[in-house]
Design a protein around this ligand. Sequence first.
Ligand SMILES: CC(C)(COP(=O)(O)OP(=O)(O)OC[C@H]1O[C@@H](n2cnc3c(N)ncnc32)[C@H](O)[C@@H]1OP(=O)(O)O)[C@@H](O)C(=O)NCCC(=O)NCCS
Length: 161
Amino acid sequence: MPENKEHTWRLKLLRSLDLIRVLDLERLCFSCPWTETQLKGAFALKEFQAWGLVREQRLGAYMSFYHLPPEMEILNLGVHPDLRRQGLASRLLGSVLQEAGKSGIHYVHLEVRVSNMAAQELYAKHGFKMMGIRKAYYPDTKEDALVLRLDKLGQIMPGQQ
Ligand SMILES: CC(C)(COP(=O)(O)OP(=O)(O)OC[C@H]1O[C@@H](n2cnc3c(N)ncnc32)[C@H](O)[C@@H]1OP(=O)(O)O)[C@@H](O)C(=O)NCCC(=O)NCCS
């Protein structure tokens, strides 16, 4: 039977010790990556969390958010360019949302570039809906951001809407 590569990745809570690996992935995934100073500051905040998918010390995907029950704000979700379209983002997002629902989170929101169709499709598959637009939100290109929101987490599971 062929190996299911997605399931060889292990979910891991990331700490400041993982900073270098997170920075590497940030630079590969985003046009405006978080800096070392920003990430160090974030890891020091009790409401900040970052989870990753790791295999043999390699960080394949990571997701960061502010956990402020009953709200959660997703900050970043990135998958290494060599590992895309293998279900890693979906697995990471699904796992984090499932745990968040159990820990008092009812609403999740985030901003995404209007041009980022891959991320918009991913979030739509997990039940996120468009709530509004922030004009010229991104400083690098002045691109607009879509505000996406997932309601009733923990009451309706993603995919059941
Ligand atoms: C967006 C991103 C996280 C998706 O990661 P991924 O691991 O490739 O996504 P998955 O394989 O889990 O795909 C899940 C679903 O998302 C959608 N999707 C993912 N990549 C897509 C693409 N390039 N085009 C269209 N839809 C896409 C599809 O609906 C896909 O389901 P399918 O494969 O059954 O069609 C990844 O492309 C990435 O890291 N991009 C750069 C960083 C970024 O834009 N992050 C989001 C900002 S918050």
